[in-house]
Design a protein around this ligand. Structure first.
Ligand code: SF4
Length: 753
């Protein structure tokens, strides 16, 4: 089934409002598409960002997510009937578990509509039936976890049902991949073809191969957009290699059926992989390939199309001229700074039809797949831009720009009004802590009720009190790179963090009720066996102490635009290929003569992590996770315990720190000449603190100045000066007192300027 109203949803809303700055003539009516496949639960944000600008400029636009279109086309009763017919007709030689799935086709056909409704949050009560009965047919994927009760308990009915539905979809996807849809996956399409595609040959060959079952469905979905109205221009965002083939397949169809419609491609894949492009064959499908931020290049292309009689001017755009690839960047101005960009818009996307899935029973991991998140960016680029494995020479990392917190929170309010969703995913490379602080203060000032999560660096600016402020504003989770938990390698990669610091920052977030996910790396140049095992041991300890909630290992990849790729000798590795042949140039092969055999650690590291993420295996020797002999860890067994044992002392000599009270109320409980007991009342708890009476008086009389929005806030310096005068003791003595520490449990210390 692909219901007509769904098609109408995705195509009907040409935005018609015009801003005061609208172009006088705006005949270009673009269609911006997300090719299959990125995510099932929420749209990839690139087209929404671009359409935000088009809307502001008064340009009529459409946007669509072909990944969602494709999935919903197949995953319904009628789609399954056609799918299973096609598989049966193919007479595939299947392993038994997949032929069993096929034999149960009636069960799949009769349940799929209910499953999709449930995953789209349209049939809440059906969870009880899915969770607690054999309603769903079960294939191999269900064997991953035996005891679902252990993970979800008896009350976690919705989650258990969602997890079972996800496994059900994965079982069918396994069958599809083994038969009529070898390219298909729920978050990628034909990714293998784009992997290290130094030459366009394999892509061209795949594009010239007759369409398979899924290609045909994809093109049918694409044709629906054209049936509604032929656009003047089509733009594909290609964030990853797993979107390249889908975009080119669609572009091929457009060139065959609508040769006059210009087609452009931009996004993360061209930005990182296609900067050295010289093979003109890709322009048989695509007319323009743009680099870096898409807003400026896109608007320049529209201007060219509107003024076809004038010489064309481009911004960071590859075109084909006389059978040669030419890079054009001849327009003066026309780019947009981060500050200038308006709020994204999701207009036209089928927002109510995304699927919230759970593929792993881990509270942090699920955020990527569950729920619809409005995406926003606090800042363009990375304020750190030093890590030696990162693409720091490219614009998306190197150009750091941020906009004021007021503008960011304005966008939040506008997105809530448009989508009805109050959840935000901040898709920064690494959101700056002080910008997050300002955003949190602004959210709290406006009384906005939101939840948000995003990517950060585990840097010391995230004090426990800043973590509490972020949590109060709605922060539910953070993700950040710990990479290789080894002091030597953290320094070599210029990560700018230490293990102790990461542990303390994670504790701050954890204590504030914020989930923490760490990106982990293995195989960094010169990393030894011992360092790999020691790094795993640190990760084990972080999980054991409850400082991490989830993590993901990836093997170091040498990229052309990173310091390691640009200067491999400096890092002790040898570049061995591949030979560039005119198309993608980013992933490089290398040898690491001083390092371990990194590949062989992959399975063991993942196995250990999977256990730790589910609260298992902390007492197992690390050797248990590997099928070959590994060294014993040499890190001190109390490394993490010691790192988080005590809080860092208050920065009494640093100016700019203010005392902030964010509770409900404060009461005096008892008093005598020396000691007064105050109760600091919070939403969830009450802290009773016994203070020298003179200090208690000071606190009571300055409480209004400790409001985070007070005009005349109370600084730490002023408070300590007063305490020194009152108690006739110096501030070093004061901050060591138990009552001071008790007081600080209720009153935050934030750096505000
Ligand atoms: S790895 Fe992260 S923190 Fe490091 S430079 Fe890249 S974006 Fe910035």
């Amino acid at each position: 089934m692909h219901c007509a109203c769904a098609v109408a949803d995705s195509t009907a809303s040409f935005a018609t409002r015009r801003s005061p700055f609208a172009l006088i003539f705006a005949p270009v009516r673009p269609l911006l598409l997300i090719p299959p496949l990125t995510q099932l639960n929420t749209p990839y944000p690139a087209t929404a960002y671009l359409c935000g600008l088009l809307k502001q400029q008064g340009i009529s636009f459409r946007q669509g997510d072909l990944g969602l279109d494709l999935v919903l086309r197949v995953f319904n009763r009628e789609g399954f009937q056609l799918l299973f017919d096609a598989i049966e007709q193919g007479n595939f030689n299947l392993p038994q578990h997949l032929s069993d799935t096929l034999l149960r086709r009636d069960a799949y056909e009769s349940t799929i509509d209910t499953v999709i409704d449930f995953l789209q949050n349209k049939n809440y009560s059906f969870a009880y039936r899915i969770a607690n009965s054999d309603y769903l047919p079960q294939g191999n994927r269900f064997k991953t976890i035996d005891d679902l009760e252990w993970f979800f308990g008896h009350i976690g009915v919705q989650d258990k049902a969602r997890y079972k539905c996800t496994m059900y979809l994965e079982d069918v996807a396994d069958l599809i991949q083994a038969t009529v849809g070898p390219h298909f996956g729920f978050s990628k399409y034909a990714e293998r073809i784009a992997r290290t595609a130094v030459s366009f040959d394999p892509i061209e060959e795949a594009l010239q191969t007759p369409n398979n079952y899924f290609d045909e469905l994809l093109l049918s979905e694409l044709s629906n957009y054209f049936a509604r109205e032929v656009p003047d221009f089509v733009g594909f965002t290609v964030p990853f290699g797993g979107n390249l083939y889908g975009a080119l397949k669609c572009a091929q169809w457009i060139k065959q059926h609508h040769p006059n419609v210009p087609v452009a491609m931009g996004g993360g894949y061209p930005n990182t992989e296609l900067r050295d492009l010289f093979d003109p064959r890709v322009f048989n499908y695509i007319d323009y390939i743009t680099l870096d931020d898409g807003e400026g290049p896109l608007m320049a292309l529209f201007e060219n199309l509107r003024n076809a009689d004038k010489p064309a001017q481009y911004i960071r755009t590859f075109i084909r001229e006389n059978e040669t690839v030419t890079y054009k960047n001849n327009r003066i101005g026309g780019d947009y700074s981060h500050k200038q960009l308006p709020v994204p818009t999701y207009e036209g996307l089928r927002l109510k039809e995304y699927l919230s899935v759970i593929d792993m029973p881990n509270p942090m991991h699920r955020l990527w797949n569950d729920g619809r998140w409005n995406k926003l960016t606090v800042a363009h680029g990375c304020y750190w831009k030093k890590c030696s494995f990162c693409d720091i020479s490219l614009d998306y990392i190197s150009r750091f720009e941020q906009s004021p917190a007021t503008a960011l929170v304005d966008k939040m309010e506008q997105l809530i009004a448009e989508t009805g969703e109050t959840g935000f995913h901040l898709v920064d490379e690494a959101a700056p802590p002080l910008a997050l602080r300002d955003m949190a203060l602004e959210i709290l000032r406006r009384g906005l009720q939101v939840s948000w999560w995003g990517n950060i660096r585990f840097e010391k600016t995230f004090t426990p009190d800043l973590c509490k402020l972020l949590a109060a504003s709605g922060c539910i989770a953070v993700t950040g790179g710990l990479e290789v938990a080894s002091p030597r390698l953290l320094e070599l990669m210029e990560k700018g963090v230490t293990i102790d610091q990461v542990a303390r920052v994670c504790k701050g977030f954890r204590d504030a009720g914020i989930l923490v996910h760490a990106y982990l790396m293995y195989g960094f140049p010169t990393q030894t066996d011992q360092e790999t095992i020691d790094s795993l041991e640190i990760v084990r300890m972080l999980f054991e102490q409850g400082l991490l909630h989830s993590a993901h290992w990836h093997q170091f990849a040498m990229t052309a635009h990173s310091p390691v790729g640009l200067n491999p000798e400096k890092y002790g590795v040898i570049r061995t290929g591949p030979e560039f042949k005119g198309f993608a140039n980013n992933d490089l092969y290398h040898e690491d003569p001083q390092g371990a055999n990194h590949e062989q650690y992959s399975d063991g590291l993942k196995k250990a992590l999977y256990n730790y993420m589910h609260g298992h295996g902390f007492n197992l020797p690390l050797q248990k996770f590997f099928s070959f002999k590994v060294p014993k860890p040499r890190v001190h067994p109390l490394t993490i315990v010691n790192a988080i044992k005590t809080n860092l002392p208050d920065p009494i000599e640093t100016p700019g720190f203010y005392l902030i009270w964010q509770g409900v109320s404060m009461r005096e409980i008892s008093r005598n000449a020396e000691i007064t007991e105050l109760a600091f009342i919070f939403h969830r708890s009450t802290n009773r603190v016994k203070l020298p009476s003179a200090i208690a008086d000071f606190i009571s009389s300055h409480l209004d100045r400790m409001d985070m929005h007070a005009a005349n806030k109370l600084s730490l310096a002023e408070a300590l000066e007063s305490f020194e005068t009152t108690l006739q003791r110096d501030k070093e003595w004061i901050v060591r007192q138990a009552w001071y520490n008790d007081l600080r449990q209720s009153i935050w210390l934030l750096k505000l300027n």
